[in-house]
Write a protein that binds this ligand. Structure first.
Ligand code: GDP
Ligand code: MG
Length: 266
């Protein structure tokens, strides 16, 4: 059954890609993987193609998929393309995770259980959060920790949303959440993309739960964070808040009911 899919965007992750794929497939619970690679010049996609012989995408478990794009088009659209790919194939739980081991793949299981059907008080979206029990960031330079922490303070102040780690990129979404929010154009690329996704979920009334994680700086490969991405986040949050005044968000239950109605009508 196509249950859980981890979408991993990659740009020049040759030093991490094989290890992260093998680690996810060694977890005690099954997760499929979709790598969204933007034509990495270091051959990341070729490494994935080679691994597909060990974990074919048509296999009964541990399926490894690859979506290749032509050039570096940014993290935001990589996730959106990945999510659309997954929704059209019937996956029920979709995960965002970096390729560089900053997110510990072991935590995928905890994110999943926060959203899984088994719990009556389950979340719709589970966010792997660095800042709900102190500051759980290992090996980042102090400047980057402070920037990330105060980005959260700024986002909460502007948006009114109470999420402690709004720029987090380690997330589990139930499929029905993405079915609703991807109807709207999501326009940002970097950290602003992560903020916009959570903000849109929150505006629709979806239940967001933060799950504490420890984030560790990458030990291999280089970060693609840039000042452009930083600026996009600073101005993007303001822009996003202002445009939200002109948008109508149908609350979650109504929109889900509407989707069910339209299915019945077919
Ligand atoms: N497909 C794709 N992946 C990207 C792009 N930019 C970054 N990534 C991937 O997104 C993840 C997070 O990027 P990273 O450089 O670690 O950012 P940082 O953790 O904020 O320093 C990593 O898996 C990157 O390889 C991009 O333009 N396209
Ligand atoms: Mg990283």
């Amino acid at each position: 059954m196509k249950e859980r899919l981890v979408v991993i965007p990659t740009y020049n992750e040759i030093e991490n890609i094989e290890a992260i794929i093998r680690k996810v497939f060694s977890l005690p619970e099954p997760f499929d993987i979709l790598i969204v690679d933007d034509g990495s010049p270091d051959g990341t996609a070729q490494c994935v193609r080679d691994l597909q012989h060990d974990f074919p995408s048509t296999g009964p478990s541990h399926r490894l998929h690859l979506l290749e794009r032509r050039g570096k088009l940014g993290l935001g659209t990589a996730y959106i393309d990945g999510f659309k790919w997954a929704l059209s194939r019937g996956y029920r739980y979709l995960f965002e995770m970096d390729a560089d081991f900053s997110h510990n793949p072991d935590d995928l299981v905890r994110l999943y259980h926060a959203c899984a059907d088994e719990k009556p008080d389950r979340a719709d979206v589970a966010v792997g959060s660095r800042y709900i029990r102190g500051v759980n960031v290992v090996n980042w330079p102090m400047g980057r920790v402070l920037m990330s922490y105060f980005a959260g303070v700024y986002v909460r102040f502007i948006t009114g949303m109470s999420v402690m780690d709004p720029t987090a990129g380690f997330v589990c979404y139930r499929a029905e959440v993405l079915e609703v929010i991807l109807h709207n154009p999501i326009k940002f690329v970097g950290y602003a993309f992560q903020i916009e996704m959570k903000f849109t979920c929150w505006k629709y009334g979806f239940r967001i739960q933060e799950v504490p994680i420890i984030f560790t700086d990458r030990t291999k490969g280089v970060s693609k964070m840039s000042s452009k991405i930083f600026k996009e986040a600073v101005f993007g949050v303001l822009q996003m808040k202002i445009s939200s005044f002109f948008r109508h968000y149908i609350p979650r239950r109504e929109s889900v009911a509407k989707m069910e109605e339209s299915v019945d009508a077919i």
